[in-house]
Ligand binder design. Structure first.
Ligand code: SAH
Length: 254
């Protein structure tokens, strides 16, 4: 008996951002595994079991889902946003790599979702109009020195930078430190976008500058986009500003 495991992206929160493919994969699953608040977003399906776990138990969650699928069931693991962006798809691959041979025989599918950086960008214009990269500021799985080196390299090379996981209760100082680091490479006037809980009822998106960014509050539900020297803001009367990065870059950033 060959089981099936789908690793599904739920998007940032707005049900309209759930793809039809993800919807179908959710409905056809016999068991759902995920972080509780993500599972709560999925409407109940008759006969489907739900296995909620804490967001710090990703490895154990993947193991449980893989074991369940290996018993012959149709199992789904859910992630917010896209499952391949700082989320469960990599965890599942890591566990298959180190797990029993039977896990390699499973039919595994990865179902993409709209990731937070693209949902935030769409609220404000076109900040990723030119070359960009994404970094997680979490130093749970990598040393902070590596984060600093990557911030230096990305800002120095002129990439627009999306910052995931900027702050948590256990990581209160990292974001301020990152802003200080970026100020070594970029002008004080560089636009910085804060997108909080995008696609959810408490959504809040604001634009500030690198000079003010350190004093702007961010939390676990915030995605931050740091522009480049070329990133521009268009002020509009009675409307929120547009932020965009032109498609052409004139110079190599210092
Ligand atoms: N797989 C997810 C990212 C998981 S990492 C994705 O593709 O979006 C968790 C981080 O994602 C959060 O700390 C925050 O930086 C960002 N994030 C997730 N959902 C968000 C949302 N609705 N609005 C803003 N940022 C969000």
């Amino acid at each position: 008996m060959s089981g099936h495991l789908a690793v599904i992206g739920l998007g940032p929160g707005d049900p309209r951002y759930l793809t039809p493919e993800a919807q179908e994969a959710l409905i056809t699953a016999q068991a759902l595994y995920g972080y509780g608040p993500y599972l709560d977003r999925v409407p109940a399906c008759v006969g489907q079991s739900r296995h909620a776990s804490d967001n710090r138990e990703e490895g154990a969650r993947a193991d449980a889902a893989l074991r369940h699928a290996a018993s012959g069931a149709r199992v789904a693991v859910v992630s917010g946003g896209d499952p391949g962006v700082f989320a469960m798809a990599a965890v599942v691959c890591e566990r298959i790599k180190m797990g029993p041979e039977s896990w390699r025989a499973l039919d595994v599918a990865f179902v993409p979702g709209i990731t937070a950086m693209l949902a935030v960008a769409a609220r404000i214009g076109a900040p990723f109009g030119h070359d960009f990269c994404a970094l997680s500021l979490s130093d749970n799985l990598k040393p902070w020195e590596l984060v600093e080196r990557r911030l230096d390299a990305a800002a120095g090379a002129g990439f627009v930078i999306a910052l995931y996981n900027p702050v948590s209760r256990a990581r209160p100082w990292q974001f301020g430190n990152a802003v200080e680091r970026l100020r070594r490479h970029l002008p004080e006037t560089t636009p910085v976008i804060f997108g909080r809980a995008v696609g959810r009822p408490d959504e809040h998106v604001s634009v500030t500058t690198l000079a003010e960014a350190g004093a702007t509050s961010a939390d676990m539900a915030t995605l931050i986009i740091v522009g480049t020297r070329e990133t521009r803001m268009i002020a509009r009367t009675g409307r929120s500003p547009l932020v965009y990065t032109p498609r052409a870059a004139a110079e190599v950033s210092a």
